[in-house]
Design a protein around this ligand. Structure first.
Ligand code: SF4
Length: 178
């Protein structure tokens, strides 16, 4: 199920995941949906059952590199194609319920190979969203269309972060001579 391309204008940031470098973080847009592929995928359902963990809507992780965790079925295709290791299996760093990733800090030490998921409750976390080179390989290969790459959404990321400064055009420049 593809991500609604207008998600940053329709959803709210419900949290963020910080990178252990103390500088970078990615937003989580919610509140998620319970009709994504993860809710009907046999592997994912069985893995949740084996853990005795409740499967709940998780939302979209990342803004420029947006991964819909309700559609992510832990195929790991994104990991096999990404040239800069934007993604990691979040549970291989911190084995906590996915809903608790909100406002957590990850060092970026999780596994990054396609088949290194802890189990099928694991998710592809765009922990190095800031390193994305915009090659679109992950977006094209994801079997459930759970990933959307959109570098211009840096603006939404920065607005949500409160750091957005609109570039002033020369015509709006108060110091310009008329
Ligand atoms: S667009 Fe390319 S560089 Fe960016 S996260 Fe996807 S595979 Fe990695």
């Amino acid at each position: 199920m593809g991500i609604d391309i207008e998600f940053p204008t329709k959803l709210q940031t419900v949290g963020r995941t910080s990178h252990g470098d103390g500088e970078h973080f990615h937003f989580i847009w919610g509140t998620g949906k319970n009709d994504g592929e993860a809710f009907s995928d046999a592997n994912v359902k069985a893995a949740y059952e084996a853990r005795g963990e409740e499967q709940v809507p998780l939302g979209i992780h990342g803004t420029m590199v947006a991964v819909d965790w309700d559609s992510c079925v832990a195929a790991g295709s994104c990991m096999s194609v990404c040239p800069v290791q934007t993604f990691q299996w979040y549970r291989t760093e911190q084995d906590i319920p996915a809903k608790d990733v909100l406002n957590a800090t990850f060092a970026g030490t999780g596994k990054t190979e396609q088949d290194e998921r802890l189990d099928y409750t694991d998710k592809s976390m765009p922990i190095r969203e800031h390193d994305c080179t915009n090659c679109l390989a992950c977006q094209e290969i994801c079997p459930t269309h759970a990933i959307t790459i959109n570098q211009p959404y840096q603006e939404f990321h920065e607005k949500a972060a409160g750091t957005f400064v609109k570039l002033v055009g020369s015509s709006e420049n108060p110091h310009a001579h008329h």
